[in-house]
Design a protein around this ligand. Sequence first.
Ligand code: SAH
Ligand code: SF4
Length: 388
Amino acid sequence: MTTGGKLPTPTLDAPDVAPDGALFGLWNEELSGALKGFELPRYRVRQLETALYRQKVADLDEVTTWPKELRERVAAAGFRVGMPRIVETFTSADGTERYLIAGNDGQTVETVWMPEGDGGEEGDSSPEVAGRGSNAKKEWSRATICVSSQIGCAVNCQFCLTARLGILSNLTAGEIAGQVAAVLKRHEAEPGRDRINLVFMGMGEPFLNYDAFMGAVRLLAGPMEIPESRMTVSTSGIVPGILRFAQETVRPKLAISLNAPNDAVRESIMPITRKWSIAEVVDAVRHVPLRARERVTFEYVLLGGVNDSPEHADEVVKLVRRAQFPAKVNLIAWNPGPDVPFSMPAAEDVARFQERLREQGVPAFIRRPRGRDIYAACGQLKRTAKSA
Ligand code: SAH
Ligand code: SF4
């Protein structure tokens, strides 16, 4: 999604960063650099940042803090807002929404909105809810946005539907942060006021698109004002990425897709284990300086008959103890996909697995699947991905 037309005005000092003229995704020096030819005072650049990242304008003409003449001149030079836009919405019975969001070249990426209601259903009969005007009652009190970092994924985990796509392309920082902007705008959500969490757990492996992913984090934590403590990134265990992540000053919380009690089982479902063993991944995580009260999450997809026995749970306990950093385990019952040769775990096995971890002192939580009916749940993002 990175290619596009060239700027039509060769006289301008055209930036390398936005060859298609999209401004969304640039801020600070990058933004002033892109607009260097206009010799804008700093406050004009700030006004544009506010318009792009707080107001989330769709068109340069909506930057009303700028004189009309300036908006027109910048547009005439080939610049545009270029914020990713929602082209299709699927709504689940549980309130989850899955979107196809189009970047600048029309390729779509998947993003999921998961509201947490406080008795939201009662609001359904209210006529204000649908209109969501300024007085409208919100149906959610907090929400989580699940963000994609790539189109498709190269990692090839056997249980994941996204893997079936292979890797189609890397997203840019603007395209990653733009998913969040598009969804916030749709729900009129404001991170300063509303409790918005981000999970980088959509399509793709964030640590295989590291620079763009971290660029997006800086944009989200900076002008988009989402605290880094409300963000979680999940990785399948890309050791060089984890080591780079350990050096970051602004960074999300870390989740590791463990998914198996030992290397042998993990290798059979996550071939990446041949490259980096569980011990190597855990060693790399030890380099990440954790903040006060921060815990690393081990995600564990329970696959019926594969990794869900009490003995497996005991192995996980040992593994978490050996890790020697504060950790918790998030258990996810496998979400099915067509032609994916696994089965869902029995409900009692899921409960027993959790109990077994808990009674041995390992904090364990069962993650409720969201939006399974619209293929929005973990590992189900693929069905409708289209290439331009
Ligand atoms: N690529 C990254 C982040 C996206 S996947 C990673 O793998 O960590 C987010 C989570 O969904 C991972 O923990 C992954 O193991 C899990 N997952 C993948 N397919 C799933 C499925 N079909 N059912 C349940 N969880 C799944
Ligand atoms: Fe990629 Fe994550 Fe799916 Fe594995 S689970 S294929 S790393 S998206």
